[in-house]
Design a protein around this ligand. Structure first.
Ligand SMILES: [Zn+2]
Length: 334
């Protein structure tokens, strides 16, 4: 029982929380959903770039995301160069965004900024390795440049869903998890650690609670941080479907985290494939219709322009039609 939970580094969590508090105040009374601010425009084409790692790893990651882009109106453009077989890269010296989603393998843990935070340079200080500026990582998959863990494809999809503005299923306000977590220690628990300092059951079999367990290594979370990551998000401006135990966005916890067994809060999916609920959520945020529209526009554009970028022949009607089609095919509002 030694689980390193997936979460953003603490300074970034704090920055997001401060920004969200400011936004709640600034937009009070406006009919605007927090999720509207963090989602990308439906039909959008998001560029992805890699900081490090080999082409083989890039290819497998790009492959795994197809399960997402196949079902919704978002395109992930990995910048595959057909001549060299190489994928798009970015560097920590970049001053313009090489990509909306900037992937790295060199930081600790798995995490991603949520939605449009990925391109928000005001979010975190410029010296942070992670943030929304061109030289900052927006999504990290620790060690994925080398040997991939068994459930790697599920982790890739989980993090890319964050990048598409998804939050965690266990924080769904309609879910059973808040009442299901064993927040406190068993009564009379005598703090006991293994040789790596991890809190374990004491000699009488009494177990540490979630706060105690996560307060020790390897996570070392404060109670505030546990609350921010695991407590229900009480927000009426977040789109939330019914609790989905099959979701790849549901944390896999150890059995001792739960009050009951089997727990209604425990994942029932394989942790690798998108659930029906994940797909519904994706299609709610990014209706697939827009992608079909983009494809139709692209076909029409190719047919009308004969493949030539400048084909307008000075006819303003024709020029405007081509501009509109180009916008639609690129996911821009013309
Ligand atoms: Zn997550």
């Amino acid at each position: 029982m030694e689980r390193l939970l997936e979460s953003l580094p603490e300074h970034v969590e704090a920055a997001v929380e401060a920004r969200d508090a400011w936004r709640r105040q600034a937009t009070a009374g406006l009919e605007f959903l927090a999720q509207d601010l963090s989602r990308w425009a439906p039909g959008t084409v998001l560029r992805v770039a890699f900081l490090n790692g080999e082409t083989e790893a890039h290819a497998r990651i790009a492959d795994a995301t197809r399960q997402i882009t196949d079902v919704c109106g978002v395109t992930l453009d990995f910048g595959l160069d057909p001549a060299t077989g190489a994928y798009r890269r970015w560097t920590t010296d970049d001053t313009t965004h090489a990509a909306e989603i900037r992937v790295s393998f060199d930081q600790g843990g798995y995490w991603s900024l949520v939605g449009t935070d990925s391109t928000d340079p005001t979010l975190v200080g410029a010296d942070s390795p992670l943030g929304g500026a061109p030289h900052q990582r927006s999504l990290n998959l620790a060690g994925f440049g080398g040997i991939l863990p068994d459930d790697w494809a599920g982790t890739v999809r989980h993090e890319f869903l964050h990048a598409l503005a998804f939050k965690h299923t266990h924080q769904n306000m309609r879910g059973p998890c808040e009442a299901e977590f064993r927040w406190e220690d068993d009564e009379g628990y005598a703090p006991t650690r293994n040789d790596r300092g991890v809190f374990i059951a004491d000699e009488a079999g009494r177990r540490p609670g979630v706060y105690t367990y996560l307060g020790g290594p390897p996570n070392r979370w404060s109670r505030t941080r546990v609350d921010a990551n695991l407590r229900t998000t009480e927000s009426d401006d977040t789109l939330a479907g019914p609790f989905d135990a099959d979701s790849v966005m549901l944390y896999q916890f150890e059995p001792f985290f739960y009050r009951t067994a089997p727990s209604p809060c425990a994942p029932t999916g394989n942790g690798i494939d998108l659930s029906a609920g994940d797909i519904r959520g994706l299609q709610m945020l990014y209706p697939p219709h827009d992608k079909e529209l983009a494809a139709r526009a692209e076909t029409a554009l190719t047919a009308l322009s004969g493949g030539s970028e400048s084909a307008g022949d000075g006819d303003p009607y024709r020029q405007r039609l081509l501009d509109v089609l180009r916008g639609l095919s690129e996911g821009r509002v013309p």
